[in-house]
Design a protein around this ligand. Structure first.
Ligand code: TRP
Length: 370
């Protein structure tokens, strides 16, 4: 694949993504300074992930905000395909979703698609994806959502609720349609072909508008859902998209849960965090200290810096100092990595304690079919 090309689909991300191009390709809207102002006016503040373009694109977010200001409430929906253990990249949209839930005081549904990952991955059994669904749910709960307002839907467990909605949706999607959107072929199993209707179902679980924070790779599913919505007499889901989180070993592809070395899992020990970052984190530094002092580093391609920007350093002033010092050569790669190691360790040690407690809370979060 030529270096200026990229692919973004729900099951495959490749190449270095040009997000402005992707907005055009997908037909979404950029989050402009005006949209940011509107969010700030409604919530009283902006989140650093918005200010820094980690959430960069949307569909009809403005309608949701306008309606909200007029007193029409919405609910939130996001999800996770349990194909492996949770890594720090997964937490990005969840942490942002938590902020939205607090600011707008909304209900939230979190879908775990154990069926999807069983269909999509040759080597995974349904038992394995169900086990990962449970493990992923612990990480989600550990972030501190309120059980009264937050429900976890597991596809194979909550099918009684999902199926009647999915059936409404499925009837309005034809095979040519999904083939065109997802590139399915004659060899694709029919579970995959039906699957979009199940990912659509939680959009219509409450009789009010929905806002979905999600990785931009998931947009194609909801493009389909948005086409279907008026045909079943419902409002189109609104979306807010985050960028793909780079793997430790470098840009060009999202952090994949199946690629051990390039991935920091939420259950990694301080020793593992340190080892992985020191050994694998792609560096924007120069080959020698001498050159680095002279030429400076490149924070824009340095993964340690990017992790601080995307997640681990919410303080804009501190982040800017790191950026400037690294770029000027004052800060060395080892020093930058040490900052990240400290931040990740501090976060994960606390997260792991909350994750243990989540084992006793999970029942309260699981959606109960009526
Ligand atoms: N298909 C998603 C994944 O593989 C999981 C998912 C289900 C999801 N519903 C969602 C993601 C809603 C974002 C929003 O990760």
């Amino acid at each position: 694949m030529p270096s200026d090309e990229f692919i973004v689909t729900p099951w495959h991300v490749e190449g270095e993504i040009d997000y402005d191009k992707l907005i055009k390709q997908f037909g979404t809207e950029k989050i402009t300074p005006d949209v940011l102002k509107k969010i700030e006016k409604t919530t009283g503040e902006t989140h650093f992930m918005l200010r820094r373009g980690v959430f960069f694109s949307h569909r009809e977010l403005v309608r949701i905000l306008d309606d909200y200001q007029k007193g029409k409430k919405f609910f939130l929906y996001t999800g996770r395909g349990p194909s492996g253990h949770t890594h720090i990249g997964h937490l990005v949209p969840w942490v942002f979703t938590k902020w939205l839930q607090e600011k707008f005081d909304t209900n939230l549904y979190f879908q775990l698609t154990d069926d999807e990952k069983f269909y999509a991955k040759q080597d995974l059994t349904l038992e394995q994806t169900s086990k990962f669904a449970y493990e992923n749910a612990l990480d989600f709960i550990a972030l501190g959502f309120k059980p009264e307002k937050t429900k976890i839907i597991i596809n194979t467990k909550n099918i009684k609720t999902l199926y009647p909605i999915a059936a409404q949706v499925a009837k309005k999607i034809n095979f040519s349609n999904t083939k065109a959107v997802f590139g399915f072929t004659g060899e694709t199993n029919i579970g995959m072909i039906f699957y979009t209707s199940l990912q659509s179902a939680p959009c219509f679980i409450e009789d009010r508008p929905v806002l979905i924070p999600l990785g931009v790779d998931q947009d194609p599913h909801f493009r389909v859902t948005r086409d279907v919505a008026p045909k079943i007499g419902r409002e189109k889901p609104a979306l807010i998209h985050n960028i793909m989180i780079p793997s430790l070993s470098g840009p060009g592809g999202k952090m994949s849960a199946s690629e051990e070395s390039g991935t920091i899992y939420t259950t990694d020990s301080p020793e593992m965090i340190k080892k992985k970052i020191n050994k694998y984190a792609f560096s924007g530094g120069q080959a020698t200290v001498e050159d680095h002092r002279k030429i400076g580093g490149n924070p824009d391609i340095d993964v340690s810096y990017q992790y601080l920007r995307i997640f681990f350093e919410p303080d804009d002033k501190k982040l800017k100092t790191i950026y400037d010092d690294y770029k000027s050569g004052k800060m060395l790669t080892g020093e930058l990595k040490a900052i990240l190691i400290e931040k990740v360790t501090e976060f994960l040690v606390a997260h792991q304690q909350r994750r243990e407690k989540a084992k006793d809370q999970i029942e309260k979060f699981l959606y109960q079919d009526q």
